[in-house]
Design a protein around this ligand. Structure first.
Ligand code: ADP
Ligand code: MG
Length: 255
């Protein structure tokens, strides 16, 4: 195993107004880790994921990406990036899949996928097109490539969103409840794609309420409660014999 984590978060705090939502969260993800983040609504899961790629600025803490610390300085309240080039590089290496898909509605499925690689990464068009076709095959959407997002089901849109993230060649992918907005019959197709990514050795941090999925695919499980890590361990430990009463209660409530 690599000795340097792909991603290391140290003592991340986040305050909104005078409410401290994250109270010092630390986490390490090595290449190939699949870390599921569990916790009840309002425990800070989304805020934590959003802090990782600076969609939210943390109020305190350190972030280290492949051994290089992100250069953060104190702004008015929060820590803000001090080096835009470093931030851009880091963001390109960390993909984000949202609960609400966030595809560009005015672009076709194919355009959604090639936009970033063509215009941000400035890769050659023939290469980008070939890779996009490959990714659409992989997520099972190849025949819909000329359609627009609103012509697809939620499950199909989320699979496109995953392909779009993969097109940027991320080292780490963050998923924030990727199946929560889906009708129950569409959840499985998205979890199937994610399971394949885990089997390929992709590094992923997944906020989810899909406990069976988390139990089967995760290398590690983290349970958040009120902005702190209440329990962490292997899936066997956290699901099989949780130590904290809160974690026990949460798991028995969702299974
Ligand atoms: P989770 O994803 O675990 O449900 P969140 O990270 O979304 O939790 O939210 C944690 C807490 O932070 C909640 O109490 C929420 O209301 C609060 N919060 C989240 N975003 C903001 C914001 N932009 N401004 C103020 N409060 C926020
Ligand atoms: Mg959330």
């Amino acid at each position: 195993m690599a000795t340097t984590p792909a991603l290391e978060l140290i003592n991340i705090h986040k305050t909104f107004g005078d409410v401290e939502v994250l109270k010092g969260i630390s986490l390490k993800a090595y290449d190939g880790d699949v870390i599921s983040i569990l916790g009840s609504s309002g425990s800070g899961k989304s805020t934590f994921l959003r802090c990782i790629n600076l969609l939210e600025n943390p109020t305190q803490g350190q972030m280290i990406f492949n051994g290089s610390e992100l250069d953060l300085v104190r702004g008015d309240v929060d820590l803000v990036p001090n080096n835009m080039k470093q931030l851009t590089q880091m963001r390109q290496k960390i993909g984000f899949v949202f609960q609400s898909f966030n595809l560009w509605p005015h672009m076709t499925i194919l355009q959604n996928i090639v936009e970033g690689p063509l215009h941000v990464l400035k890769r050659p068009k023939h290469e980008v097109m070939a890779y996009a076709e490959h990714l659409l095959e992989k997520v099972g959407i190849a025949e819909k490539k000329h359609m627009y997002p609103n012509q697809l089901s939620g499950g199909q849109q989320q699979r496109v969103a995953i392909a779009r993230t993969l097109a940027m060649d991320p080292q780490v992918i963050l998923f924030d409840e990727p199946t929560s907005a889906l009708d129950p019959e569409l959840v499985g197709e998205v979890l199937g794609v994610m399971r394949n990514l885990a089997d390929e050795g992709r590094t992923m941090l997944i906020v989810t309420h899909e406990m069976n999925f988390a139990r089967e695919v995760s290398s590690d499980v983290v349970f958040l409660h009120q902005g702190k890590v209440e329990e962490k361990g292997t899936p066997e430990e956290v699901f099989g014999s949780p130590k904290s009463e809160r974690c026990k209660a949460f798991i028995s409530s969702v299974f």
